[in-house]
Design a protein around this ligand. Sequence first.
Ligand code: FMN
Length: 346
Amino acid sequence: MESAHAHRKDEHLALSEAEYRQQQPVSSLKQVRLIHNSLPEINIADVSLAVRDEKFNFTTPFYIEAMTGGSNRTGKINQQLAQVARQTGIAMAVGSQSVALKDSDAIESFTVARQTNPDGFIMANIGAGHHAKAAQQVVDMIGANALEVHLNVPQEIVMPEGDAEFIWLDNIADIIQTVNVPVIIKEVGFGMSAETIQTLYNMGAEYVNIGGRSGTNFAVIEDRRNREQHKSFDFLYDWGQTTAESLLEAQSLTKAPIIFATGGVQDPLDILKAQIMGAKAVGVAGHFLHTVLQAGPDGLVDEILNWQRQLKKLYALVGAKSADDLANVPYILSSELLNYKDQRHL
Ligand SMILES: Cc1cc2nc3c(=O)[nH]c(=O)nc-3n(C[C@H](O)[C@H](O)[C@H](O)COP(=O)(O)O)c2cc1C
């Protein structure tokens, strides 16, 4: 019999897919319009999607974001996602490994990702409530190339069995200083303010994933799990900053960490826009999960190969030979987004 923690992982998977099917998310990046250039003076063959970063030398600027592991069912999904990552050459994060620190039966559902993709770029994942020793353990568990440390206060608040203590800064500082792989501090879909990003930067964070709202919504998912208690947190369903808003928050800082983005990405144009707004790399969770559940690993391989081809064409459309050229692409914001930017003095 699997533990309650493992069962929770199955519920997250099932509920996020049910929500996705009921209503495919609309990315907040739809509120950003790129300005067309009729003369991009470019040859598509000269475009490179490679991410140039000292520690994250991805061949493609998007990756499979943290989702699964912890139960038999989610271990199977990790195996499929790792197979897809190997076939397409993209990076992948596993879901939170805290369950495997408490229950050794759950370890295999994470190590399967490394076994399936021995040479791939795989990121470990753990919550910020854990000490540095636990963080190093989850890295070692899967021979990870990087570690994601997730911040998820609203999720814990809505979760019936959620944490009640959110004193995390010392853990985060220790993890950044001691873990032997690059560390990304990551939100799970509630976005980040400039103040939060600044705090993380001041304490030494080199990489921050703003993980914004407009995609998978853990206030909704946990509330669905909550249903038997009839104590809904439906007033928190639109809590937090969207991905587009969070990227504007990050842009306002003169000294900032390297920014990654995730949250609501549905197509290659969303990826391009996030990059133009400052994201070095972009994680995709819900959409890839939906695809692998509906179309199997082969279907997800097709989708990712297609996105890679389309993204290359989109770079050409905006006249960019590489990510370095994206910073020059002009864009405008919807009036709603502009209003947000003005009120926040960004
Ligand atoms: C089923 C599921 C489980 C998730 N579990 C984790 C997790 O364990 N750790 C984490 O950092 N993020 C987790 N996430 C959040 C994603 O990594 C991502 O930040 C979020 O879903 C927003 O991206 P999306 O809109 O593309 O889904 C999970 C997402 C899904 C769909």
